[in-house]
Design a protein around this ligand. Sequence first.
Ligand SMILES: *Cc1c(COP(=O)(O)O)cnc(C)c1O
Length: 381
Amino acid sequence: MTSPNQTAAATQERVPFLDLASMHDEIRPELDAAWHAVTSRNGFVGGALLEQFEKEWAAYCGREYCVGVGNGTDSLIIALRAAGIGPGQEVVLPANTFIATAEAIVAVGAQPVFTDVDPDTLLMTAAHLEAAITARTTAVMPVHLYGQPVAMDDLCAVAQEHGLFVLEDAAQAHGATWQGKQAGSFGQVGSFSFYPGKNLGAFGDGGAIVTDDPELAATARWIGNHGAAAESRYIHRVVGGNSRLDALQAAILSIKLTRLDAWNEGRNAAAREYNARLRNVPGVKTVKVADGARSSYHLYVVRVADRARVQAELGAQGIDTGIHYPIPCHLQEPYRQYASGSLPVVEAAAEQILTLPMSPHLTEAQVSRVCDALERAVSPR
Ligand SMILES: *Cc1c(COP(=O)(O)O)cnc(C)c1O
């Protein structure tokens, strides 16, 4: 029983950062059937369920080929390896990204070249890429961060002019579009993560690359499966490894894919509510989604001064938040050696960004509670 003198916040449920349970409740019978289907046959790694999901995901992305792999980080590493990117080569990426983008470049022995980002969208632009290109640049990894697609037509034009391989890190952008085209469909390769918290998430780790290049798809498949040739698992074409998407994850992803557009629309509806409420709140700056972009709103990010206090006050009001990301890649200890100076926009943003709750089933009432609490936290005292 709640006593009348408890605070309003304490009597209300927390607003979770991400509500996966409501998504799973919606598809519970299908998930149960998938579990049954997987456990009543032998194909746990590879097989028909994987092939089916790969076909579906390639088609959704508007691509010829999809290769399922063990996780999103491996999908980046395998794509770089399959493209022959390695020692002596530079790969351009934004400093405002999850660390995996940079990890992949170092993992193949190439050199990461970090760029700053646009102050409104917090994304890399064609101009940032152009300024970072040297004689040793062979690839660029635009990141559709927070689910907002990078302006890919301009970026690809610069890449093409300089003969660069374009690997899109679309780990946060399943179903996002730039001028009506899917994130992951612009570069030579699109890379995805199916980590449980992503917009299309498995019940464990998973990832995929999508491409229109048959040779690259075949090489990626070999790399993730011990170099094994399609015609015989005992013929090894390349020195590979083990990074595969298993049948259970594939079956779950096929089910969730049927909801992806509706769930992304749920996220967009919540984002419209946030935008409408926060537009005129002094002290809160929202991240701009460019004209021509439809965000998948993996994350809803605002900028505030005095973030630590604001975050603590929201927490005390029962509102879970995050920071994506508090320390930019080029300032992380193992990556400082690759940094070539300060990146003022990324560094300033890292001090201010705050990620608010976002889920497909986030209600108007929940958004309203978050906005009320945020408004109180940023108002002059
Ligand atoms: C999640 C994520 C990855 C890595 O994916 P994992 O499946 O966790 O390995 C890479 N890049 C970005 C931008 C991500 O958000």
